[in-house]
Design a binder for this molecule. Structure first.
Ligand code: CUA
Length: 374
C-alpha cells in the first residue's frame, strides 16, 4: 500500500509531467501563424525545399525505428522481469551470432541507402549558381549584427545591415566572412563563430573567423523571410537576427537606386547632435561604405527593424536605443560597441533629436513622426 505522502508525490509528478507534455506538444501545433516566420517546414525556395524533401522520408524512417526500439525495449523489460516472489536469476545468455550480425548489417544498409540522397543533396547545395543574373553579397558577422555588402556588378556597392534585399527568382551567392582570427588575449571580441540561417530559403552555414564560406539563397516568391544567428556567439546571440526581403525585379532595382539618393555625410550631419556624439566615427552615412565598426546607416529609416533586427523602426525604440543601447540589448563588457550615451552626458532630448533626424533624413519618403518637429 502506498502511504499518503507517496500518493501525493505521484500526483504532483503526474501533473508536472502532463503540463510538460502539453508545453512540448504545443510546439508541434499549427506552425503557419504570423509569429512563426522561421519555419524550415515551409520552404519558399528550391534550396530549402530540397532539404525538406530529404528530411521528410528520413523523419518517417526514424519514427518507425524509434517506435520499434521503444516498444521492443518495453516488451522485453515486462516479459522477462523478475516477478514478485520469484527468487531465480534471469536465464544467462552469451552471444547470438545471427542476431549480432543482423543488427549490424541492417542499420548499416539503412544508413548506406540514406547516404545516397544525402550526399547528392550536399553536393547540389554546394554548387555555385551559374545563372548570369546571380547577385553576389558578402555577409560579415559582427557581435552582434550582420553586415551585407553587395558587390559591384558594374554598379556601385550597397552596404547595409541586418536587412537583405534580393530579387525574386534570382540566385544569390553569399560569401560568409568571419571576423579576423583572434590573435590577442582578448579573444572574446573577434574570435567567435556565428551561423547564418534563413530557414525558409536554405540551410544554415557557420561563419568562421578567418574563413570565407559559401551559401546560396533563392526566393520563389516575394516576401519577408526571417533568420537568426544559429551558433552561440556571446551575450546577445539571441538578439542577432536578420531578415531577407525578396522583391520583384522592379522593386529591387528601386531599392538599389534609393541607396544612392543620399546627401554627402558631412552635409547630412551638419548641425545635429549626431556630430557631438561622433556617430560618424563608428557608423557610416555614405552609400556603399561600411562603417568603421558599426552598421552603415544610409536609408536606416527605410528598414523595418534595427539593433540586430530586434527593435521595430520607430521613434520610441530608436531614441531609447541611442540614449542607452546596452540597457536595451546585452552588449558584453569587452565588445567595442554602442555605448550608453546617457552616461556620457546625453540628455533624453538630445537622443530624441537624433532619432527624429535619422527618421526624417535617412528615409526615402519621409513621413511625419509623432513627437518630432515637422
Ligand atoms: Cu552570432 Cu550567435
Amino acid at each position: 500500500m502506498l502511504d499518503r505522502t507517496q500518493r501525493t508525490r505521484r500526483r504532483i509528478f503526474a501533473a508536472v509531467a502532463a503540463i510538460a507534455a502539453v508545453v512540448v506538444l504545443a510546439g508541434c501545433g499549427d506552425s503557419s501563424g504570423p509569429d512563426n516566420d522561421q519555419n524550415a517546414l515551409q520552404p519558399h525556395g528550391p534550396y530549402a525545399k530540397k532539404i525538406l524533401d530529404l528530411t521528410r522520408p528520413f523523419f518517417w524512417i526514424a519514427v518507425v525505428i524509434g517506435i520499434g526500439v521503444t516498444f521492443a525495449t518495453i516488451y522485453v523489460a515486462l516479459r522477462f522481469r523478475v516477478k514478485p516472489g520469484e527468487e531465480r536469476a534471469p536465464v544467462q545468455v552469451h552471444g547470438n551470432t545471427v542476431l549480432e550480425v543482423s543488427w549490424t548489417i541492417v542499420p548499416a544498409l539503412i544508413l548506406a541507402v540514406m547516404a545516397v540522397p544525402t550526399v547528392a543533396t550536399i553536393f547540389d547545395l554546394a554548387k555555385k549558381p551559374t545563372d548570369p543574373r546571380t547577385i553576389h553579397i558578402t555577409v560579415k558577422a559582427h557581435q552582434w549584427w550582420w553586415e551585407f555588402d553587395y558587390e559591384g556588378q558594374g554598379k556601385k556597392n550597397v552596404v547595409t545591415a541586418n536587412e537583405m534585399h534580393i530579387p525574386v527568382g534570382v540566385p544569390v551567392e553569399l560569401s560568409l566572412k568571419g571576423p579576423d582570427p583572434c590573435t590577442t588575449a582578448n579573444c572574446y571580441n573577434n574570435g567567435v563563430i556565428h551561423s547564418f540561417w534563413i530557414p525558409e530559403l536554405n540551410g544554415k552555414k557557420d561563419v568562421v573567423p578567418g574563413r570565407t564560406q559559401f551559401l546560396k539563397l533563392l526566393a520563389a516568391k516575394p516576401g519577408t523571410y526571417l533568420g537568426q544567428c544559429a551558433e552561440y556567439c556571446g551575450l546577445s546571440h539571441a538578439d542577432m537576427r536578420m531578415r531577407v526581403i525578396a522583391q520583384s525585379a522592379d522593386d529591387y532595382a528601386a531599392w538599389q537606386r534609393s541607396q544612392f539618393d543620399v546627401k554627402p555625410q558631412a552635409e547630412l550631419l551638419k548641425g545635429v547632435h549626431a556630430v557631438d556624439y561622433k556617430c560618424g566615427n563608428c557608423h557610416s552615412f555614405e552609400a556603399g561604405k561600411a562603417g568603421a565598426v558599426a552598421p552603415n546607416l544610409t536609408k536606416l529609416a527605410d528598414r523595418t527593424a534595427f539593433a540586430g533586427d530586434i527593435y521595430r523602426m520607430n521613434y520610441d525604440n530608436l531614441w531609447k536605443w541611442i540614449y542607452d543601447a546596452p540597457g536595451r540589448k546585452p552588449l558584453g563588457p569587452l565588445v567595442d560597441s554602442m555605448p550608453a550615451f546617457k552616461d556620457q552626458g546625453m540628455t533624453e532630448a538630445q537622443a530624441q533629436e537624433i532619432a527624429c533626424f535619422l527618421l526624417k533624413n535617412t528615409a526615402t519618403n519621409p513621413q511625419p513622426v509623432p513627437g518630432c518637429p515637422s
